[in-house]
Design a protein around this ligand. Structure first.
Ligand code: PGA
Ligand code: ZN
Length: 431
């Protein structure tokens, strides 16, 4: 069998924050090589699969991943070498059984995901298919709208600017992914001048977005509106806005603590706050507006805004089929963020997307704040036809590599390429 897994080899590499992460090479009997690197979050949800760290303070302040590397090279390799790389489900199930825990704490989700993605890529190489086509087959033709995070706050910017973590521009009015990327980059550059003129520094945060120390949650929205106009584009028609407050990070003793506004809000007050934002700005997606276990708050949020915009659960759902099912039953949201390393295998990631789509929910594929130049998620977003992909600013190598990969895929599809545009969301723009 040409696609039998001949060898697995993991190593420790650095991510974009200078923190160790896992990279895996998978070599097949026919010599095909699949290589994949695993990203890492900073505003991590407490229900995510476990990212195994060495906790050896003598190396990388305890952040080494040599245990996870060794788990790949020994335990996992012993189990899956010889298996067919085209049997993704079998490979992933074998790892899940070998791990034997509910949260992947034995082998580590970082070890398991590295293997899972490397196996898929090796199988694609052996089939002679581009990765997006191996994942999605002949129907993989639709390019996602890039959700570009151009202002970073919260933990990604050392809590120096806004309480909210991410302010994204969404160029849904473009004709193609190439044009969307161009608009995003032009807005990014216009924003730099806007921020500079207001007297703030133009240093960037973890995801490549600017991190002006404006000490406000609304000021970034005003800066972005101005930048969009200065780039010659029309807010709401050409370009929308998405926000990820990552509110689990500022949820304390049952209240949302807005440090920059010097007040603490209840879930109900927080919902009112978002209703006002959505009427004042062309917001199309709101992610993690409420905290990871505030189910009642989420139900209230969805009742108020769920027919107008896409409400995406990140820390709430952690790419888990079980938690998404609870969300569906409770009408808690209408969208889910898809981060492969929260789930820990490719098969479980695909299951999460399928469940969301079956219920008419949005599924937004996402990078992590700690990234590498691996662009697997770009192919994944096309292969699974998710309509929107968030992967940081249109700047910094590890972020742009994903947007560049989308442009390569669009080019390779030629006239068959479709840009998701205003249809890319759970609630289409201007429906
Ligand atoms: P993280 O942030 O990768 O640091 O978790 C991304 C997000 O919250 O969406
Ligand atoms: Zn998030």
């Amino acid at each position: 069998m040409n696609t039998a897994i001949r060898q697995l080899h993991a190593r420790q590499i650095l991510d974009s924050r200078g923190t160790p992460t896992v990279e895996v090479d998978c070599i097949l009997a026919d010599g095909s090589l699949g290589r994949a690197a695993v990203p890492s979050g900073a505003s991590t949800g407490s229900h995510e699969a476990v990212e195994l760290r060495d906790n050896d303070e003598l190396h990388f302040f305890g952040k080494g991943v040599l245990t996870a590397v060794s788990n790949v090279n020994n335990l996992i390799a012993a189990k899956i070498v010889g298996m067919d790389a085209k049997g993704q489900r079998e490979v992933d199930s074998a790892m899940i059984a070998l791990d034997g825990t509910s949260n992947k704490s034995r082998l580590g989700a970082n070890a398991m995901l590295g293997v899972s993605l490397a196996v898929a890529r090796a199988a694609a190489v052996s089939s002679g298919l581009p990765l997006f086509r191996y994942i999605g087959g002949m129907q993989a033709l639709r390019l996602p709208v890039p959700m570009m995070n151009i202002i970073n706050g919260g933990v990604h910017a050392g809590w120096e600017g806004s309480d909210f973590q991410e302010y994204m521009v969404v160029p849904y009015g473009a004709r193609s992914v190439c044009q969307a990327v161009e608009w995003g980059a032009e807005i990014y550059h216009a924003l730099k001048s806007v921020i500079k003129k207001k007297g703030y520094i133009t240093a960037v945060g973890d995801e490549g977005g600017f991190a002006p120390q404006a000490g406000s949650n609304r000021a970034p929205l005003d800066f972005i509106m101005q930048a969009v106009r200065e780039a010659g584009l029309e807010p709401g028609n050409d370009v929308g806005i998405a926000i990820d407050p990552a509110s689990s990070e500022f949820f304390r003793h049952g209240r949302y603590v807005l440090r920059t506004e010097n007040r603490e809000l209840t879930s109900e007050e927080m919902v009112d706050y978002y209703v006002t934002l959505v009427s004042d700005y062309p917001v199309i997606v709101l992610e993690d507006g409420l905290s990871e276990d505030d189910w009642d708050g989420w139900r209230m949020l969805n009742a108020n805004l769920g027919d107008r915009i896409e409400l995406v659960g990140d820390d709430l759902f952690v790419t888990s089929v079980e938690r998404i099912a609870i969300g569906i039953k409770n009408k808690a949201a209408n969208g889910v963020l898809i981060k492969p390393n929260q789930a820990g295998t490719l098969s479980e990631t695909v299951d999460a997307v399928k469940l969301a789509h079956k219920k008419g929910w949005g599924a937004m594929v996402s990078h992590r704040s700690g990234e590498t130049t691996d662009s697997f998620i770009a192919d994944l977003a096309v292969g699974l036809d998710v309509g929107h992909l968030k992967t940081g600013a249109p700047a910094r190598g590890e972020r742009v590599e994903k947007y560049n990969q989308l442009m390569r895929i669009e080019e390779s599809l030629g006239k068959s390429a479709i840009f998701a545009g205003k249809e890319g969301f759970a609630i289409p723009v201007g429906f």
